[in-house]
Design a protein. Structure first.
Length: 245
C-alpha cells in the first residue's frame, strides 16, 4: 500500500544545497567555497561526502578548482550547449522537433537582431559572407560559417535566454547541414540567403528579415525531404538513415 521512500544520498544533498546557493545568487561567480573540512563541520557530514558532492558541481561547471580551493563559476554557453545537445539525442528528439523549435527560435532571434544589431556585428556578418564565398566548394567550411552566421545574429539579438536556448540546437544542425550540402550541393543557395538577410539587417527591415529567415530555415527541411531522410527519425539515427549512392 505504501511506496518506498526516496532517500536522497547525502552527497547529492550537499551538491543540491550548494548548487541552489549558486543559482539563487547567494554565492556569486568568483566567490571562494569553504574548504572541505569547513563544509564537513558546518553540514555535519564526512569529508568524503562533501568531496563527492562538490565533484558533481565541478562536472556541471558551477565550480572550478583554483589551486587547492574551489571558486564559483558560471558555465560557458558552449559547455551548457554541449550537455543539452547530448540530452536531446538521449531523449531521441526527432528532426521534425528540432526543425520546429529552431524555425521558431531563429526567426524571433533574427527579428530582435534586426532591431539591435551594431555596426561591428554587421561588419562581422559581412566578413562571414566574404569567407563563405571564398570557400564555397569546401563543405565543412560552409557549414561552419553557416553556423557562425547564425551565432552572430544570435549575439546581435542581445537576449541571453534565447542564446542559451538556441545553442544546443545549433550544435545538432552541424551534421545535418553537412549531410544535406554534400548530397545536394546547395552552398550557393545558403550564401544567397545570407546575403539577403544581411542586406535587410543593414536596413533594419524587421519584417523582411523575418520573412527571409523563415524561408532560409525552411530550406533545410526541404533538403531533408529531398535526400530521403525521415524527419520523424531520432537524431542519432540521422547518419545511418542517409541512403548510400
Amino acid at each position: 500500500m505504501f511506496a518506498k521512500l526516496d532517500v536522497t544520498p547525502a552527497y547529492r544533498r550537499v551538491s543540491d544545497m550548494v548548487g541552489e546557493m549558486i543559482t539563487s545568487g547567494q554565492l556569486s561567480a568568483g566567490d571562494w567555497l569553504p574548504t572541505e573540512a569547513e563544509l564537513s563541520d558546518q553540514l555535519g557530514v564526512n569529508r568524503s561526502t562533501v568531496r563527492e558532492g562538490l565533484r558533481g558541481l565541478e562536472h556541471e561547471g558551477l565550480v572550478r578548482r583554483d589551486g587547492k580551493r574551489l571558486r564559483v563559476a558560471i558555465p560557458h554557453y558552449g559547455e551548457l550547449a554541449s550537455r543539452a545537445s547530448r540530452a536531446l539525442v538521449l531523449h531521441q528528439i526527432t528532426f521534425r522537433e528540432l526543425f520546429e523549435a529552431s524555425h521558431a527560435m531563429e526567426t524571433i532571434t533574427a527579428t530582435l537582431a534586426a532591431k539591435n544589431i551594431t555596426d561591428d556585428q554587421l561588419r562581422a556578418l559581412e566578413k562571414n559572407i566574404a569567407e563563405m564565398n571564398a570557400s564555397i566548394d569546401d563543405i565543412d567550411s560552409v557549414v561552419a560559417l553557416d553556423i557562425e552566421f547564425h551565432d552572430i545574429i544570435g549575439e546581435a539579438a542581445n537576449n541571453r535566454a534565447l542564446s542559451l536556448a538556441r545553442e544546443p540546437i545549433s550544435l545538432l544542425f552541424y551534421p545535418a547541414g553537412r549531410i544535406i550540402l554534400s548530397r545536394l550541393e546547395t552552398q550557393k543557395r545558403v550564401l544567397d540567403a545570407h546575403r539577403k538577410i544581411y542586406s535587410l539587417m543593414r536596413e533594419r527591415d524587421v519584417e523582411g528579415v523575418e520573412t527571409w529567415m523563415k524561408r532560409h530555415m525552411s530550406d533545410m527541411k526541404r533538403g531533408y525531404d529531398q535526400i530521403g531522410i525521415s524527419i520523424d527519425g531520432p537524431l542519432d539515427f540521422v547518419a545511418a538513415a542517409v541512403p548510400d549512392n
